[in-house]
Design a protein around this ligand. Structure first.
Ligand code: UDP
Length: 420
């Protein structure tokens, strides 16, 4: 391993990168951690990912990819701790991290914390180990609270997001919009925040043809299929989507395929199912359950469009995945949507994010698709620059800047002249 290669400790405390995607705590962040770690490993860097999630289900060290290990920290109490209670257990997990590092002996060049809970733990490591520390929040508590119905964020989250932003060496966000919000919220300068988008696996997510994909999935050929992929949480706006679908269903032969969630018995699934029945679209809504990430390629290909009706997204990986498969996207103006969706070319942005507004854009995009206005190859071309190898090289530049930021800070301190 040459000297340009880094040893990185990634902290991903509340959610495991190998957890069940689409369940309440496991979504885009897990993909980002997993894919960037895999690509960093391919590029010769060494990565250890530390998590407290996963309970006792897997061994302490799981070799994930070349140069990449997942380390399961055992805390107290044993087993999975709900995200809302994890804060109080962070000291225990930090002790577990320190014991592991002492025993294992690997020295790190950099810490990269994902989400505020990891950053809180990472601050202890930053200080104890004297390491450069980069933080990616993924979502910001204040934005979630402002945007979302029924989202309950603890006050201390907002306080810590501000404190940690000031204490760490560099912050990384995925969109310019998140950068502006973070700067205002944490009162930090633009130079401390890097912007690197998340990516997509363009080899896995590719155009395969609608008819063949529908055959493989056992879906009907003669109906327009609208697809949602994600966690069943209030911020995703699934209720207003159902209302919108009920409006479209009055005029068009459609189905809504919902992928993700925590199973048929989960409260969120049951609520959505009874809402669909009340709206008279029970037969048009298919609950497809969670699907392995790589298998989603058939679902995106089978669909006439992907719909993302969220109140807030910090990015929205599913948008890239659908576009990579040549499928248009109808979305509210969240995350990366405004920067990538071009009305009529690769989907439509819902300007008035009400059920009626969503219904209007769904109908428009279905119409454009049926008229053959959007070719899968042209749609895919929008995302080729988001392939993980390119995105990860930009991430590495941010790591270098984090290391420089720490050095500069130290020089400032050591160059300070003695007060006369
Ligand atoms: N996902 C999956 N299987 C599912 C549901 C979701 O693999 O059954 C993946 C999806 O493909 C995407 C991620 O989970 O990569 C969700 O990320 P996104 O940024 O769209 O939403 P977030 O979870 O961050 O809110």
């Amino acid at each position: 391993m040459d000297s340009d290669n880094l040893a990185i400790a990634m902290l991903c405390i509340h959610s495991s990168p190998i957890g069940a995607l689409g369940s309440v705590n496991t979504g885009g962040m897990s993909i980002v951690v997993r894919e960037t770690a895999r690509e960093l490993g391919r590029q010769g860097h060494r990565v250890d990912i530390f998590t407290a999630a996963g309970g006792d289900h897997h061994p302490k060290i799981v070799p994930l990819y070349d140069n990449v290990r997942l380390v399961q920290l055992a805390g107290k109490p044993a087993g999975d701790i709900p995200k809302s209670e994890l804060y109080d257990h962070l000291p225990g997990y930090y002790q577990a991290l320190k014991s592991f590092a002492a025993e294992d002996g690997r020295a790190y060049d950099l810490l990269h914390s994902h989400y505020w809970l990891s950053a809180r733990l990472g601050l202890w490591a930053q200080n104890d180990w004297d390491l450069p520390h980069m933080v990616t929040y993924h979502t910001l508590g204040r934005l979630k609270l402002k945007a979302g119905p029924a989202e309950d964020e603890p006050r201390r989250r907002m306080q810590w997001e501000r404190t940690l932003a000031q204490a760490c060496h560099r912050l990384l966000v995925a969109t310019e919009r998140e950068k502006e919000t973070l700067m205002a919220q944490a009162q930090i300068t633009a130079s401390k925040v890097g912007v690197v988008p998340f990516g997509v696996d363009t080899a896995t997510f590719d155009t395969r043809g609608k008819d063949a994909a529908r055959m493989r999935l056992g879906l009907k050929a003669n109906v327009a299929i609208m697809l949602f992929v994600g966690r069943f949480v209030p911020i995703k706006g699934l209720e207003r989507l159902l209302t919108a679908v009920a409006l479209v269903a009055k005029r068009k032969n459609i189905q809504l395929l919902l992928i993700g969630g925590d199973g048929a018995e989960a409260d969120a699934t049951m609520r959505l199912r009874s809402m669909a029945d009340r709206l008279g679209i029970g037969k048009r809504v298919i609950f497809g359950g969670r699907v392995e990430h790589a298998e989603l390629v058939d679902y995106y290909n089978a669909a006439d469009l992907l719909v993302l009706p969220s109140y807030y997204e910090s990015f929205g990986l599913v948008v890239l995945e659908a576009l990579a498969c040549g499928t248009p996207v109808v979305a509210t103006p969240v995350g990366l949507v405004n920067t990538i969706i071009r009305n009529g070319d690769n989907g439509g942005i819902v300007e008035r994010p009400t059920a009626q507004g969503i219904a209007t854009t769904l109908e428009e995009v279905l119409q454009q698709g049926q008229a053959g206005h959007m070719s899968p190859t042209d749609i895919r071309a929008f995302v080729l620059k988001f392939a993980w190898p390119a995105v990860t090289r930009r991430l590495c530049e941010q790591y270098r800047q984090t290391i420089d930021a720490k050095r500069t800070k130290l020089q400032k301190v050591t160059n300070e002249s003695y007060p006369s």
